[in-house]
Design a protein around this ligand. Structure first.
Ligand code: M6R
Length: 608
């Protein structure tokens, strides 16, 4: 949710590294930002309400000088967005500075206890207790004091702590919240995400839960929860910083939408042997695969929508009953899980707290858990029995686009594998399907070349505050994602329905000019979709239809048509989602919205 950074060097100014890192991590939260830098005598703190840009603008040449510092960009949980609640937080004597990502669940008891001992708090946050706990325990060794503080804290934390008495040292730890560290030519770096340090080094350490790191200008030492030194595992990162830059596009979202043909190709690379779908990471034998008698797909938000699409494929092809569940509900519902249940956890970030909790729950109940994530070394990757990476590369825009495509393609491969293992497809059918799946990359490219039809369709939303997205079968699942995209970035209220449901209530909302977006591509139920559209048209709706190229009859019912190339119905969502992403962006831009950083949201949701 929040982003944290840290740097200790010999000569480079820490503030430059921190502000650059925070700018790259801003997708994690943008309610407020702040840095703390030690000048050797004291810790100087600057915090600002709003985006990192406001912080950057308010720090002058001569402010915050020093080569050791920590920084934070916040997505508010406890305590409203305000300067007083912005991190870093300080202890009473301004000697301990703390930045934190996560939630300290027992902060109220700790605060009461600390106030009883005379500590004076200056914010409404849960984080501030960490600064006072460290202050309370500090007796000349920051690592020992931080270990004491974390032993008292219940909840999730990625924590970086500085002490006035130990300039040039930062103590870092984590529990259920990501921390990445690395050493570059200029010093030691820390971030909530690799993008904060990738400029400096490609060899990073992904800190494990309850491990500690002590950063100095000379390097980083690692310790276990008992304080004993440990040798960390180094992970080499092979993607480049391009992923964290806009590359000539006006925003990350548009750039990421345009990357989708590459995502399809990369996600499929090496997945077909010529005769078989290969997902070795699943680590299940063919016999184990055949014993699977139920699949649960658990995810949140866009990842959940990818799961809805996969349900039709797994049930349709492999004939295995498949449930798709919002992770935050799954874990409190006592679902039926046995050792022959396959749980598929889908998460772009691999950090989503609800999805992680559901994974843990499923494993305790004996299920095999297969993760689909975009982030190497993320918790979903580490806590699953097997993992497939979606090859979307870093996704910066808060609204997921290319990672969704990577997820749908990965889930499609899984459905094909399950069907093939049960003998539902022969080799030739598998080959044809794989080839048609690969062709979706070209189909998306074609959609991206003709965006005039999408710009034209966006005019339907002028002056409107509400819209429906309707489709049937996989078209309905595609609409759920289209509606989410529209509401999260343009703030236009949008609801998606299975088109046949409109007449059971929602149609009452239709009046003259009400926007209805329909996925009406060629499929066995095309005629049913068209008749549902007629019901809305006759009540005055302005209809935008995503249709298959060559379908001229759709113009009889639709005011605007966005054509996409013909692909197999099973693969339609991969292609049809792209114009819906572009449409949402077009509407958002026309309304003057910040498409990359929509209000109230953050890229990864590490709190329940
Ligand atoms: O990282 P995850 O895939 O687990 O995130 C799940 C949702 O928070 C995420 O998909 C969210 O809905 C996006 N803002 C959608 O664009």
């Amino acid at each position: 949710m929040c982003g944290i950074v840290g740097f200790v060097g010999k000569s480079k100014q820490a503030k430059d590294v921190l502000l650059e890192g925070l700018t790259r991590l801003e997708y994690r939260g943008y309610d407020s930002a702040g840095i703390a830098v030690s000048d050797g005598d004291r810790i100087n703190v600057v915090r600002r309400l709003g985006k990192v840009r406001r912080l950057v603008e308010s720090i002058g040449e001569t402010d915050c000088l020093g080569t050791c510092g920590i920084g934070h960009t916040r997505w508010a949980t406890h305590g409203a967005p305000s300067e007083r609640n912005a991190h870093p937080h300080m202890s009473c004597a301004d000697e301990i500075a703390v930045v934190h990502n996560g939630i300290i669940e027992n902060f109220a008891e700790l605060r009461e206890e600390l106030e009883g001992k005379g500590h004076v708090f200056s914010s409404d946050t849960d984080t501030e207790v960490a600064a006072h706990l460290v202050e309370e325990a500090y007796d000349g060794d920051l690592l020992t004091a931080v270990r004491y503080a974390t032993s008292r804290m219940i909840g999730a934390y990625g924590l970086a702590v500085m002490c006035k008495e130990e300039p040039g040292r930062i103590v870092v730890t984590r529990k259920d919240s990501p921390i990445v560290l690395g050493v570059g030519e200029e010093g030691s770096y820390l971030g909530s995400d690799i993008v904060a340090l990738i400029d400096a080094t490609r060899d990073v350490v992904i800190l494990e839960d309850e491990q500690y790191a002590v950063m100095t200008a000379d390097g980083i030492d690692y310790f276990d929860r008992e304080g004993a030194p440990i040798e960390p595992e180094i992970t080499h990162i092979d993607w480049t910083l391009d992923a964290a830059e806009k590359g000539g596009y006006p925003d990350f979202m548009l750039k990421e939408i345009h990357e989708q043909p590459r995502v399809v190709r990369d996600t499929l690379a090496g997945r077909f042997s010529g005769t078989e779908i290969t997902i070795d990471e699943l680590s299940l034998t063919r016999t184990e695969l055949n014993f699977i008698d139920r699949v649960y797909i658990i995810a949140c938000g866009t990842s959940y929508h990818a799961g809805l699409i996969a349900k039709d494929l797994i049930e349709g092809w492999a004939r295995i009953p498949t449930e798709v569940e919002v992770a935050s509900e799954f874990r409190y519902r006592n679902p039926i899980i046995t050792p022959t249940t396959l749980v598929v956890a889908v998460s772009q970030s691999g950090e989503t707290a609800d999805t992680l909790a559901a994974i843990r729950d499923a494993r305790i109940k004996g299920a095999k858990v297969f993760g689909i994530t975009n982030v190497i070394g993320s918790r979903v990757a580490r806590e699953s029995d097997g993992v497939i990476y979606t090859k979307a590369n870093k996704e910066i825009s808060v609204a997921s686009t290319k990672s969704f495509t990577g997820q749908v393609v990965s889930l499609t491969l899984l459905a094909m594998l399950l069907a093939r293992s049960r003998g539902k497809f022969n080799q030739n059918q598998t080959r044809i399907l794989f080839s048609e799946l690969a062709d979706c990359a070209d189909a998306i490219e074609q959609v991206l070349q003709d965006t005039e039809q999408i710009k034209d369709a966006a005019s339907v939303f002028e002056g409107r505050e509400s819209a429906f997205f309707i489709g049937r079968g996989m078209g309905a699942a595609t609409c759920y994602e289209g509606a989410l995209k529209l509401k999260e970035i343009s703030y236009v209220h949008a609801e998606a329905y299975a088109a046949g449901e409109m007449k059971h209530g929602p149609i009452a909302l239709i009046d003259e000019g009400f926007p209805v977006v329909a996925v009406a591509t060629q499929s066995p139920i095309y005629d049913k979709v068209v008749s549902n559209l007629k019901e809305s048209e006759s009540r005055g709706a302005s209809i935008v239809a995503v249709a298959t190229e060559g379908d001229t009859s759709i113009c009889d019912v639709a005011d605007k048509v966005i054509y996409i190339p013909k692909v197999r119905d099973a693969f339609m969502p991969i292609v049809a989602s792209v114009p819906l992403q572009l449409l949402a962006r077009e509407v958002a831009v026309a309304r003057g919205c910040d498409v990359d950083q929509p209000r109230n949201l953050a890229k990864s949701v590490t709190v329940e």
